[in-house]
Design a protein around this ligand. Sequence first.
Ligand code: PMP
Length: 361
Amino acid sequence: MPVAGVSQALRAEADCRNWLAWAVDRIEADINRSADTHLIRLPLPKAPGISLYLKDESSHPTGSLKHRLARSLFLYALCNGWIGPDTTIVESSSGSTAISEAYFAGLLGLRFIAVMPRSTSQEKIAAITFHGGEPYLVDQFDVSSEAKRLACEIGGHFMDQFTYAERATDWRGNNNIAESLFAQLALEERPIPDWIVCGAGTGGTSTTIGRYIRYRKYCTQLCVADPEGSVFHRHFADPTIHRVDCCDSVIEGIGRMTVEPSFVPEIVDRMIAVPDAASIAAARLVSDLLGRLCGGSTGTNIWACLQLIEGMRSAGAEGTIVTLLCDSGDRYRSTLFSDRWLAERGFNIEPALTRLEGVFG
Ligand code: PMP
């Protein structure tokens, strides 16, 4: 029985009231449960004068930064009249968005199908099933076209996070990640960071943060950390590149083969390409520092932060960097945190660990 399932009593309530009003209320009630995720300061014993903060998006009810997006997508789709009491929802996802959408679909008692790459970790698949969603695994890395086809075939609604991520999110305020982050930083010693570092999957998070920075006229720069195989940093260097033939990164949730409309490169100040071994080493090191596991895209972020910190340190500069703890590493116990899994794929993370220790102690 999914935890977020709709009981008979709630069904009856929805039938009595206008369904749309009931559904919007159910989704909105979630904001009170998860608006402010924690801001954690990571000690940098070997980089005095530089502060590093992690915004812990893993503390959302569905365990990742995609909780915010899923809530916005549901409200957007409801208010556009795209979903009703009998709609089957289909989404393409590397897993995190699907977990969050499965939860919100469960809150409304709707059927939810998650189209995902076959490589998605077992832990994520289990979480989707737990929330009442139906995983639908496909071989290709780019799963959007398959999700669209399936939605058409069964007459469902394709949520399409890659098209709607940046339209559905209210970047001026109203519970977006940037507003929450700057409100927390206001209580700190240096409230305006020099850099915010994040990854890009849909690009929705980076776009929301980048627009908010400009809207508020902050001098903060935005850095996107991108897996080496992904198209985003290539597109940033050469805007005529929109596609790569293969992106074999093992870091789930970030990096793409094609540039989607939800990624807006114009508001990115810097891109850092990160090898998978470095992301894994950084995810493991931060997990060790915090005493709990952080996911691979958090490792990618941390590696990009390391490069910024090294640059600041050699210039003798002080400053503040903020990045995101995107999801919990519990979802990757069988992959990134398994020594056997790493050895089978020939990853050597030792050189990256040594470099990380030069900053993190
Ligand atoms: N980290 C993880 C674990 C994710 O699942 C995602 C989204 N797929 C991201 C980072 C990137 O977020 P966005 O889609 O907003 O670019």
